[in-house]
Design a binder for this molecule. Structure first.
Ligand code: ADP
Length: 349
């Protein structure tokens, strides 16, 4: 029988108290060789779900399966150490009295001493820490400790890798460098990976798939760019970045908002909708021949772009994210256009 390539979670429910579930009917699949980011605000149930996959939390309903093998559910609860999961906890949980090499070698007891050391050294090389093998955790920086924890989790060649906020204790510059090392080590492992995070940039840059979680439920799953461009609700949109939202009602096969007319072929007449627009989808032009008149009220730089606040005739102010070369200045009359790729029209909740 070939090795399964999917971990599936079906109808998972975990309730610490009778009136409220921390995880409330979650369905999610993790594919081997792929990274799934579980993105949501603090308290939304992400860590609880991760712990349930690892076997550190029991399910009240539903199941967790690797291929056809039941890990949790149907009266089964496989012990954590039998699940072939590698886990990287938020605080890394390294053994303080063991060197980096011995930390990584710790889980490899089935191998001979020489093979353990060889394997552990290879894992440290894989996270670019080969020359720090003899260092103890207190001699390592936060980023190095994170990589030792990653190497230790990968050393047993797990089928499933679970990482709980692995970059949260690190400064911003270090984070983006570590993301690349982590992503390539995870890809090379072939494991089905789940990374829990509350950082949208981290999820967008690391993951093949993002699952958005609020209040114990998964509200949308998809490829990072698809989710960014076409969120299925205001809550999903806000989890991944800034958005302008307009309320409107479908008339014929379109809706009209202050920024123009938007086609809505798939929605019924009179449906109340939210029109969700990413700031990159609002174009700013000095050409009055097209677009909606507005006046620039503020110009700020943000992450290599300019963020322009533009006030429409209705009084509403919208934010446009434009290239730095767009020189529109405060007080200037401009015309705003919409790029439909950055617009999502969803039925109001
Ligand atoms: P996240 O990882 O998204 O921040 P958690 O999974 O840690 O969220 O928590 C989800 C909810 O479950 C929160 O309301 C939290 O207070 C609660 N919770 C988590 N662990 C426990 C526990 N061991 N006992 C009781 N409540 C818990």
């Amino acid at each position: 029988m070939s090795r399964p390539d999917l971990l599936t979670i079906t109808g998972a429910r975990i309730a610490y108290s009778p009136d409220r579930a921390a995880v409330d009917g979650v369905d999610l699949s993790l594919k081997c060789g792929q990274v799934t980011a579980l993105l949501g605000p603090s308290g939304s149930g992400k860590s609880t779900l991760l712990r349930a996959i690892a076997g550190l939390e029991a399910l009240n309903a539903g199941d967790v399966k690797f291929g056809e093998e039941v890990w949790s559910g149907d009266g089964v609860h496989k012990a954590p150490e039998t699940r072939r999961c590698g886990v990287v906890f938020q605080d890394y949980a390294l053994f303080p009295h063991l060197s980096a090499l011995d930390n990584v070698a710790f889980g490899l007891r089935s191998l001979s001493r020489a093979d353990r050391r060889k394997r552990a050294q290879a894992q440290l090389d894989g996270v670019e820490l080969g020359d720090r093998a003899k260092a103890f955790p207190h001699e390592l920086s936060g980023g190095e400790q994170q990589r030792v924890a990653l190497a230790r989790a990968l050393a047993t060649n797990p089928d499933v890798m679970l990482l709980d906020e692995p970059f949260s204790g690190l400064d911003r510059r270090l984070r983006s460098a570590l993301r690349d090392t982590t992503a390539s080590a995870l890809k090379a492992s072939g494991a089905a990976t789940l990374i829990v995070t509350h950082d949208a940039d981290e999820a967008l840059s690391l993951a093949d798939t993002i699952a958005l979680m609020t209040e114990g439920r998964i509200i949308q799953v998809g490829a990072p760019d698809a989710l960014y461009l076409k969120p299925n609700s205001i809550a999903a949109a806000r989890l991944l970045g800034d958005a302008e939202v307009f309320s409107a009602t479908v008339s014929g096969h379109s809706v009209e908002i202050a920024l123009g007319l938007i086609d809505t072929p798939a929605l019924d007449q009179d449906t109340n909708v939210d029109v969700i627009i990413r700031p990159e989808g609002i174009g700013v032009s000095a050409d009055p021949s097209s677009g909606t008149a507005a006046v620039v009220t503020e110009r700020r730089l943000a992450g290599g772009h300019a963020r322009l606040s533009c006030q429409l005739d209705t009084g509403r102010v919208v934010q446009a994210r434009v290239n730095l070369t767009e020189r529109a200045s405060v007080g200037q009359q401009v015309w705003l256009t919409l790029d439909p790729h950055f617009v999502s029209v969803v039925a109001s909740e």
